[in-house]
Design a protein around this ligand. Structure first.
Ligand code: GDP
Length: 832
């Protein structure tokens, strides 16, 4: 409009300009001049003869008398000219009609095309169109106004058909321009912005134009295309999934990790988690769910659940009973137990040595955790070379009852000690016969009969006391009575009538296992039934392997190992644990499957147990009887026997107000994981003859976990009992003030052994109490005789400094030992 106000717009001659308002996205609009070219038509109008006559006369050459051919009279000429004019007028009229028809057809075609295009885009932009329509109506109105104004201004558009004078003429031909204008209007209305792209109609309708036109339209259309493509892709994917949906049989053990469940169903983990959440289970993909919950989810996904138990997966392990005729005698397996320092190791060494010297002169056998000896009468005996209760109990805990006979060592110059009692209890619990070896009878103070009477108190009645427990007096040092001991063992073994079937797939128990730098995981296995052959595929605990090499107790490579034969097995894929049971299976796949299954099961069990202990059980108990306070404890001891004894003693303690619950009991130094467990449950950690390692100490300090050390079970029991009974009187409490490491040991006349130490933590104080630790186990407790720094006696030595220390009345000190320095103070009892 503005462009047509001031100056004449550029335009085609003989065209009709029209204003079209285009609208784009974000409310932008643009006015576009639309011109439609029209053929200039000469209309000879009878009613407008003057004008027409003037116009038509000129082009007719015949009309000029100057150019008239000679000899033709005026009348004839007039007739001819008339006829010619009529013919020309007729011709012009025909041409105009044809053109009109042509234009009409073209408009019709255009309308049809537009209608088709409009239909297409109708779905996509119905709203848009409505808005545009309104806008276009507006622009039409304005165009109308414009035209009206132009029409009013004379000679403003000479090429224009000048609709205004036409009605005045009222003649027939004037209908054509009006119709044309109507058509034009309709055109503009229908085409709208599609035609307003600036270019002339090309007859081609692009997608962009169809969708809405303009740059805004292009952007929208691209995004729409992308969305459409994405939808199509997802539809295709979804459709594919639906088509390929396979109903799976999903194996589910008692508990299963969500991720594993998703894997087994071949479903997306996120979907499984979502499904669980919809069922009110807020779990992550790494958490375990029980089989019932899993079943719910599996059904929801349209799969089938197959519940499996250990037995199903481990079915391949042959467990059938041996027929009596297949059974052959096997050597007995003997474990030596007894109190510390009563001579277990010495006795085992002595027995081994007698055999070795009689066999391969001077040959030192390799230590593989067990060895075999042959008695004079040719009977083979298998000794487990791991004295103490740890091996015995850990094996029993894992279901591998390896030991046939327990040799209980009691020093004749000592008496029945706590660990002697523990050993007796273990043997009794395992229902294993005992033979009492009264050791150190060479000692001057030896009193074997005292040992015998002591044992009576613990319901061990030896033969000499008219009981049925064999007893032999021995000396591990000078070899006295060793033969009698072996004889007694043979006798006992005969009574037991031990048999096994060597002609079946081997089954055994791991006595020891370690990761060897050169050889990989190595396990010493005691074959219990069947025969283990080189190349056998086996599963052992959570591990599996193929027997790549078998090494016997003499370090020789062997091809097979029968019942009661200890053998080192190479070719494992991981290190099993002592007490793990080994089973030979047929295929590697079976072995792997069982191992994986056990691994997962153990993991699940640990996870489940952890959760139950910390939350459910505690809460349930607390709810059960609100008045009962529970004291959870974590126990670590130097030997398994002590740990178990403590655990048992603790569980027994309890009154109406306090109960003690052992969360965990184990052997060895207190570690970070013990602290973690204690912290989680608000429990103190009890160290029995063991200490926390450096990291554990640090973590315990940080997290405020109480570590209490004891070296006498009764002290511990008394303490806990007192706490349980509410007798919270003042107690003597120890504070560790420092640690020192022995770097060297010197012998100083008049003083004895002096330890050259480096104070590694805290301070060393002359007045303080000291303990000697070897591998985090307490060896000695006492006081310092001397604390020296550069020849001078000092009261205190700070961390990072070197000093000399000597113990009062004790000098079994070694390089590498740790000295623990502590002070005692009286504090309120505080165990809860
Ligand atoms: P373990 O802790 O039960 O294994 O006991 P050991 O075998 O380490 O023995 C402890 C101490 O007792 C060592 O110093 C041995 O030399 C000593 N010992 C063991 N048996 C005898 C014995 O029959 N006679 C004597 N005199 N000393 C022995």
């Amino acid at each position: 409009m503005s462009d047509s106000d001031g100056k004449k717009p550029l335009g085609l001659r003989g065209s009709r300009p029209g204003q079209v308002k285009q609208s784009f996205s974000h409310g932008r609009t643009k006015n576009v001049v639309v011109e439609t070219k029209r053929k200039r038509v000469v209309v000879p109008k009878p009613g407008a003869a003057g004008a027409a006559g003037k116009a038509t006369a000129r082009p007719v050459p015949g009309g000029d008398p100057a150019k008239r051919p000679a000899g033709i009279p005026d009348a004839v000429m007039e007739r001819r000219l008339k006829a010619l004019r009529a013919a020309k007028a007729q011709e012009a009229e025909d041409l105009r009609r044809r053109q009109e028809e042509e234009e009409k057809r073209e408009r019709d075609r255009q309308r049809r095309r537009e209608e088709a295009a409009a239909k297409e885009r109708e779905e996509i932009e119905r709203q848009e169109k409505a808005r545009r329509k309104a806008e276009e109506a507006e622009s039409k109105r304005r165009a109308e106004e414009e035209r009206a104004r132009k029409g009013a201004a004379p000679a403003s558009a000479p090429a224009s058909p000048a609709p205004a004078p036409a009605p005045r003429g009222g003649g027939k031909p004037s209908a054509a321009p009006r119709r044309q204008e109507r058509e034009q209007r309709r055109d503009n209305k229908g085409k709208g912005a599609a035609r307003g792209g600036g270019g002339r109609r090309s007859g081609k309708l692009t997608l962009n134009q169809a969708l809405s036109g303009g740059e805004g339209g292009r952007q929208r259309s691209l995004a729409a295309m992308k969305r459409k493509q994405e939808r199509a892709r997802q539809k295709a994917l979804g459709g594919g999934e639906a088509r390929e949906k396979v109903v799976r049989e999903v194996q589910v053990p008692e508990t299963i990790v969500v991720q594993e469940l998703a894997n087994r169903m071949a479903e997306r983990v996120a979907d499984v988690v979502k499904a669980l959440m919809q069922n009110g289970m807020m779990v992550t993909q790494n958490q375990s769910i029980d089989a019932d919950t899993a079943e719910l989810i599996i059904e929801e996904f349209g799969h089938k659940i197959v519940r499996v138990s250990d037995a199903d997966v481990e079915d391949v392990i042959h467990t059938e009973e041996d027929k009596p005729e297949d059974l052959k005698p096997r050597p007995p397996v003997i474990t030596v137990m007894g109190h510390v320092d009563h001579g277990k190791t010495s006795l085992l060494d002595a027995i081994r040595k007698t055999n070795v010297t009689s066999g391969e002169a001077g040959g030192i056998t390799q230590h593989i955790g067990a060895y075999q000896v042959t008695t004079e009468d040719g009977t083979v005996l298998t000794f487990l070379d791991t004295p103490g209760h740890a091996a015995f109990t850990s094996m029993r805990a894992r279901g591998a009852q390896v030991t046939d006979i327990v040799v209980l060592v009691v020093a004749a110059d000592d008496a029945v000690m706590p660990q002697t009692i523990e050993a007796i209890n273990h043997a009794k619990a395992a229902d294993v016969p005992m033979i009492v070896a009264i050791n150190k009878i060479d000692r001057p103070g030896a009193d074997p009969d005292k040992v015998r009477t002591d044992l009576l108190q613990h319901e061990v009645i030896v033969e000499k006391m008219s009981g049925d427990v064999l007893d032999v007096e021995v000396s591990a040092i000078n070899g006295t009575g060793l033969d009698q001991l072996l004889e007694a063992i043979v006798l006992q073994a005969e009574l037991l009538d031990l048999k096994a079937n060597p002609d079946r797939a081997a089954q055994g128990a791991v006595i020891e296992a370690q990761l060897d730098v050169g050889r990989g995981p190595v396990a010493t296995v005691l074959v219990q039934n069947g025969t283990l052959h080189l190349g056998d595929i086996f599963v052992v605990g959570e591990q599996w392997g193929r027997a790549r090499a078998l090494v016997n107790d003499k370090g020789e490579r062997v091809k097979e190992a029968g019942p009661s034969v200890p053998v080192e097995v190479l070719g494992l894929h991981g290190t099993p644990e002592a007490g793990d049971v080994l089973n030979v299976v047929d295929t590697e796949a079976q072995a792997r499957e069982i191992a994986d299954y056990r691994h997962q099961a153990a993991k699940d069990k640990r996870a489940a147990a952890g959760a139950a202990t910390t939350l459910e059980q505690l809460m349930a108990k607390a709810r059960e009887d609100k008045n009962v306070a529970e004291l959870p404890i974590v126990v670590k001891a130097d030997v398994q026997g002590s740990a178990e004894a403590i655990a048992q003693a603790m569980e027994k303690i309890g009154n109406d107000e306090v109960r003690v619950r052992v969360l965990h009991s184990g052997v060895g130094a207190i570690t970070e994981s013990d602290i973690g467990l204690a912290e989680a449950s608000g429990a103190p950690v009890i160290g029995f003859n063991v200490r926390a390692n450096a990291t554990a100490r640090k973590v315990a300090n940080q997290k405020g976990v109480e570590i209490r050390y004891y070296s006498v079970i009764y002290d511990l029991v008394d303490d806990v009992k007192a706490a349980a009974s509410g007798l919270l009187s003042a107690e003597v409490r120890e504070n560790f003030i420092g640690y020192a490491e022995i770097k060297d040991v010197f012998k100083v006349s008049n003083v004895g052994k002096v330890a050259g130490c480096l104070v590694t933590e805290g301070v060393a104080r002359r007045s303080a109490g000291v303990r000697l630790l070897r591998d985090d186990v307490v060896i000695h407790e006492g006081t310092l005789k001397t604390l020296k720094r550069f020849k001078d006696e000092v009261a205190e030595v700070q961390s990072g400094q070197e000093c000399g220390m000597a113990f009062e009345n004790y000098d079994d000190i070694r390089k590498g030992d740790i000295i623990e320095i502590f002070e005692r103070e009286e504090v309120e009892r505080k165990l809860e």
